[in-house]
Design a protein around this ligand. Sequence first.
Ligand code: NI
Length: 296
Amino acid sequence: MRTAINRQMKRYASALGLVLLSATLGSCGSEKSRSLPPTAAGYGTSAPVKTTNNASYRTPALSGPMRRNPDMTLRSDFTNGPAISFSRVPVADKYIAITFDDGPNPNNTPRLLDMLRARNIKATFYVVGSNVDLYPQIVRRTVAEGHEIGSHSYTHRLLSKMSDPEIRNELNRCRDAIGRATGIQPRTLRPPYGGLLQRQREWVNAEYGYPIILWAVDPLDWKRPGPSVVCSRILSHTTAGSIILAHDLHSQTVDAMPATLDGLLQRGFKFVTVSQLLAMKGDTSTAQATAATPAP
Ligand code: NI
């Protein structure tokens, strides 16, 4: 019992240390002591819950000019190969794709779009069709600002427990909601909770052409660990080619983004959309293309 309490106290002390360190350095710091499950298939079966805005959180002030993602002209016309599921893509340079799930959300998504625009970052949004029908104007803005939209089903239920016709209904309704709102169609699918059986992945890929997009970096932001923890988990686990999972449904996640995005840019990562990352599969010329890109 005492050991357990001691361990608990040590954990708090170490968490406090991280917070203090972050405050000192003006970034969220790193969290090397904690190891995350690599690409666990989702996080249970309960749906994410809506959270209230964290009104007390203040984004740390910038010291110096804001870092910006470089302007890049990259292909996004990926071809389907033998692999249909992706949590990362092997790339020749420090390209990454950050993804935001479960929106659009009227409070958080516009705030996030402002942060991305200020940094010239294009992200990928895995939207829930029913939310698209509620807030089509937010999805229109998302597309207009150069981001990519992917399917995250219509009702955010666990697809792996559904019949094929039920899955088809979820995917069609999400696709149609996105089409009504924006005139475009999603090109990739992230199944809610990452839950889709191999057999289902195969027929979905064959029928819709959607690669199944999972993730290499999971900050477990839906558990609301606080913005600095979300930030430090992402910074310490992101490597070249990573697909990063985050949720614009949660205010804490968006609160974490200024420090997270700035930290990733500072580490030399370049943000691309999921389709652009997929288009780099086996493309060795990306290294040269990058060398020709002027520094920000
Ligand atoms: Ni989700």
